[in-house]
Design a protein around this ligand. Sequence first.
Ligand code: ARG
Length: 456
Amino acid sequence: MQWGGRFAAGPAAVMQAINASIGFDAKLWAQDIAGSRAHAAMLAAQGIISPADAAAIDSGLAQVAAEIESGAFEFNNALEDIHTNIEARLTALAGEPARRLHTARSRNDQVATDFRLWVRGALDEVAAQVKLLMHAFATRAAEHAASVMPGFTHLQTAQPVTLGHHLLAYVEMLNRDAGRLGDTRARLNECPLGAAALAGTSFPIDRDATAAALGFARPTENSLDSVSDRDFALEYLSSLSILAMHLSRFAEEIIIWCSAPYRLVALSDAFTTGSSIMPQKRNPDAAELTRAKTGRIFGSLMALLTVMKGLPMAYAKDMQEDKEPVFDATEAILLCLAATVGMVRDLTPDTARMAELAGAGFATATDLADWLVRRLHMPFRDAHHVTGRIVTLAEQQGVDLESLTLAQMQAIEPRISQEIFDVLGVAASVASRTSFGGTAPTNVANAAAKWLENLA
Ligand code: ARG
């Protein structure tokens, strides 16, 4: 409805409404000004414009930046995008020299450059938050290196593990996320400026100079690819999607662990909300929203993949639709990371409850089978069978494995000795898992210390 009246004004209004990107690409202003300053300096150094013109452009751009920063700048929808808005204001301020700035450049290489710079900055910010979250996880892992909890497969109690081990699993995931962001950055960090509209330029520009001035490792190789490539944004969104998936899995675990039937951990009021009708409720909303925001991050990746998939070389206006998904996903992931850091620091594990549930469901049955293999030299398949009969007996008696008597176990396998009771407890179970990468508290303490050192 907002546009109704303007559409009535005719096709020009419709065109402006669908064509303008200033409503969202104003976010690129700092990158656009940095790109223009580098371009103008290079043009002067190459003798393409005069030093005086370059100086007028440079101080004009500094003033435009100051106006935008102070909020005094008036963005104009009729001027379509951030590039034209800035150039128009620069021309008003600096006059004729400003009209020389667009020599040997096009908005196509300009926007590709600006957007790469923006994504690079966002990527660095996300990577720093990932490191912060890894540190938060490793800190809690060190604290809970020996806290026993149920380990699950199929969400069924499987074997006891330590909470520290569980939390360090996320440090491994996040470390891969950081690696993906780093890989993305390395491929992204090439400068398209100077590709011009699509074919390069006849002016004697120095693309190495502009690339270096903007902190890029090198200029991009092919002018067509330079203006038509958005792989850097897609790789970034792919990396964010996998990261968001990890955060969502942890959020889901928090939600399960906080639920009344589990009660493995509690979150404080800082990360929960109450119910307006049920006074006993404490809802893990921050975790739920972290889980939910994964949807818009995946959606952003799908949106941009779909925009790009049918585009012939080189630039097409479709590519203007690249920005909003990237901006939206960035905002969402930064919020999710902050919320997850907060929850990791906030959560209070109920260690007594964790130990109790760790032993439930005959979680040390594998330890019993392993004992039969180790002490009685039974083949594992036979030990599995004997253990199954002992578990069935415990089930019939309604007791856990530790509460069976020696005589009851010997009725099934006469060679079982009193020593069996050493392995049936959850603490003994986790302590015995000393294989490389296993859950033993000694392993976990060492791994957490190693991470904390790496991340310091
Ligand atoms: N606003 C445009 C974008 O975001 C800038 C490039 C426009 N180029 C063009 N040839 N119309 O993609």
